[in-house]
Design a binder for this molecule. Structure first.
Ligand SMILES: NC(=O)c1ccc[n+]([C@@H]2O[C@H](COP(=O)([O-])OP(=O)(O)OC[C@H]3O[C@@H](n4cnc5c(N)ncnc54)[C@H](O)[C@@H]3O)[C@@H](O)[C@H]2O)c1
Length: 421
């Protein structure tokens, strides 16, 4: 018999994961129940998965009132709702839960979920998708093999991409830390998770500097208007002009613009007119200098680990492309990763281009698709091996480091011990 999943939160992430289930696992898993606070989202998604009205819910309260509706639950709502929904899911009796990151920006909350999951024998998996990509798994494998010796330091950069940062962290859902999370947690808990995973020893000290430097009122050019389509006289030379980003530029043709348009319009199927309306009247047409955003656009985090190894993470809005860079230095060699290209230099020995077997068809270097693959294997009882699975126990270190980084940044870079907050 097929296993079933229920999904709360039918936006970009939820529909992407459901799409993978339908495309690659339809013979063993079906989508059984859906919940979103927007009727439009239910109307867009339910017919695709044949979910009848009686298993569509407009609030988590109504959803949980029905008891356990499926073998597993996906929680893909926005950041601030994760804790309450995950807690209710555990208390309702779900035993396998896939929860989007960040778990919470409050240590007490993610620790409570961790404890509740353990007490109730729930497998609570956090969507740190990068750990599932062949590229990052290969890095982990090389480190574990000892080929580059003991890790001395890691220098890792998250180049967010100027257009992506503007979309998500200046205009979009992650622009205000009070309604989402500081960007170092919202954007970089993945990177911190990778660093902690590669180091495989506790982080004992964190310091951080950074700020919201550019996307501020003081930097608005002469002639700027509150919206790009509302009489802005500076738009011709502005790379962030919303019309240019969403309608005219290559950004519009990029793979993930499909998701962006859904976010802009709130509809899965949207016309050019819908997009123009959204730009005229919604958040995504607002001037990047005159908005109410407050999250950092660049930040450095330095970390010291228990064995003395050190790491630096740079988060930066200002890159032409979205990609990550890593320089992992060991006592016997180094790994240099640029995007998805990986090279290994063994000191006094060979330089090798490392093939990760990942063609990078998208979705976090294929991490998204591989996370769902692993999740389905666990759901269907095809594997009991939880090695490197991003359980809540395995991933709270990333959140501890992010919270410590924010605390340090606010204290002018003073060292903070992660996990004490
Ligand atoms: N793992 C990753 O790599 C990754 C990447 C991007 C985003 N995310 C995270 O995934 C989550 C979802 O992001 P998204 O881009 O899909 O957002 P989204 O806004 O596209 O989707 C969220 C959906 O949840 C619904 N929703 C909001 N509150 C709800 C509630 N209380 N109950 C039921 N439904 C509710 C919204 O109506 C919307 O349809 C966020 O927390 C985000 O930070 C993770």
């Amino acid at each position: 018999m097929k296993k079933t999943v229920a999904v709360i939160g039918l936006g970009n992430r939820g529909t992407e994961y459901m799409g993978f289930i339908k495309a690659f696992h339809a013979s063993e898993v079906s989508v059984h129940a859906l919940c979103d606070i927007r009727q439009q989202a239910l109307d867009d998604v339910a017919p695709k998965y044949g979910v009848p009205e009686e298993r569509q819910f407009l609030s988590p309260e109504a959803f949980f009132a029905q008891g356990v509706l499926a073998d597993a639950l996906l929680i893909t709502t926005q950041d601030k709702s994760h804790y309450a929904i995950a807690k209710q899911a555990i208390l309702t009796g779900y035993k396998l839960i896939l929860l989007e990151k960040p778990v919470s920006g409050v240590k007490r909350e993610y620790e409570e979920l961790r404890t509740l999951a353990a007490e109730n024998k729930v497998l609570l998996i956090v969507c740190h998708v990068l750990r599932y990509s062949n590229y990052y798994r290969k890095i982990k494998e090389i480190i574990a093999s000892g080929q580059i010796g003991e890790i001395v330091s890691i220098n890792h950069t998250e180049n967010v991409g100027y257009f992506h940062f503007a979309h998500s962290f200046v205009r979009g859902n992650w622009r205000d830390e009070n309604t989402s999370a500081p960007s170092i947690l919202a954007k970089c808990c993945h990177d911190l998770d990778l660093i902690a995973w590669f180091m495989d020893t506790p982080c004992v000290s964190v310091s951080s500097v950074g700020e919201l430097g550019y996307f501020r009122k003081e930097n608005a050019p002469a002639g700027a208007a509150p919206t790009c389509l509302g009489g802005c006289r500076a738009k011709k030379n502005c790379p962030y002009d919303a019309e240019r980003l969403y309608i005219k530029d290559p950004f519009y043709k990029a793979k993930f613009i499909k998701y962006m348009k859904r976010t802009l319009t709130g509809k899965a199927k949207n016309s050019r007119r819908d997009v123009m309306n959204a730009l005229k009247n919604g958040e995504y047409g607002k001037c990047i200098f005159l908005n109410d955003n407050n999250v950092c656009d660049h930040q450095f985090v330095t970390m010291t680990f228990k064995n003395g190894a050190t790491a630096v993470l740079e988060m930066n809005a200002f890159s032409d492309k979205m990609f990550r860079q890593s320089h992992i230095v060991g006592t016997k060699g180094e790994l240099i990763g640029y995007g998805t290209k990986l090279k290994m230099h063994i000191f006094g020995g060979k330089t090798t281009a490392v093939h990760t077997l990942s063609p990078n068809v998208g979705g976090h270097v294929e991490g998204d698709i591989r996370l769902i693959d692993r999740f389905v294997k666990i759901l269907c009882g095809k594997t009991a091996d939880l090695t490197d699975v991003t359980t809540i126990e395995a991933t709270t270190a990333s959140h501890d480091i992010a919270l410590a980084a924010e605390e340090s940044r606010k204290k002018g870079g003073a060292p903070v011990t992660p996990g004490n907050g």
